[in-house]
Ligand binder design. Sequence first.
Ligand SMILES: [Fe+2]
Ligand SMILES: [Fe+2]
Length: 319
Amino acid sequence: MFQYELPISVSTLDKQELLPAGTMITEQVVAEVAALGRMQSHQACVLLDYGTVATDLQRFLLIPPYCDIFADQELVCEIFARMQSVRLPLPLLQALDYFRQHDFHTYRHILMVFTLSSLLINSPLEEGQRTEADFMAGPSHDFGKICVPLHILKKAGPLTAEELDILKCHPMSGYVLAAYYLGDHLHPAALVARDHHERRDGSGYPRGTTTLDPVVEMMAACDVYDALLSPRPYRPLSFDNRTALEELTRLAEKGTLSWTCVEALIACNRRSGADPNRIIVSKNVRGTPPSGNCYGILADESKNSVTVREPDPFSIPRS
Ligand SMILES: [Fe+2]
Ligand SMILES: [Fe+2]
């Protein structure tokens, strides 16, 4: 059981308000939204066949460290075949167009979390084979960001407390939207959208729960890894790969992220086919986090200024 008060409304891209601001979200409320969604018919399409997704993805895979992680062409074919099974309702795919046009960071990030999670999905998790529904979770995890105003999503520098509250509503907004379009509030993609910022030590949001599904944990690790590797509006320089892996190791040691998933990501960076259960993880800290990182810093409301910065999403980060 949980309750969460929405700071802003949850609306679809075509401006249909599903829940107004101030709604107290409970599982029952989202179940009712899902029932409403089941009465609509939403055409589904293969994600990789949609628009420029496949060609954009090929370009993103040329950027380090992904060009090394995905250097094995046989592996790439196997993963793309797995990803080819993922069909999403058209409105969720149209949200990708929205991000591609207005917030390219989020667009690239959604596709890379999808690809990384497709690589990991059957390796680090203790429990059996995953279904197509689990694969849908990667591309759906951040769709709730369509409810966050672009000036907040793309703001360079620290957010105000109010802006941070609005940004932090994207997991619940994504949960509501995914439940609506998939017609199921218990669908794995809806649950991952809701829980991908939860942490196993309870330090996450929106619920602060410590009970996480293995697919959620894997998606959370992929989400953090790709976020560290990319330039972000709040951090002009990305982490180099070594420093990003050291940061993941630190978070796993602290009990924030799953060791199993972090080991799997480290194994991807070793020779092809390295067994995550047999690798030795170095505890030496040699990397240097990038300077100018505003993540976790709140702005002084009185001095708040809005600056939108759009770095080149195809730029090659330091490695
Ligand atoms: Fe997110
Ligand atoms: Fe994300």
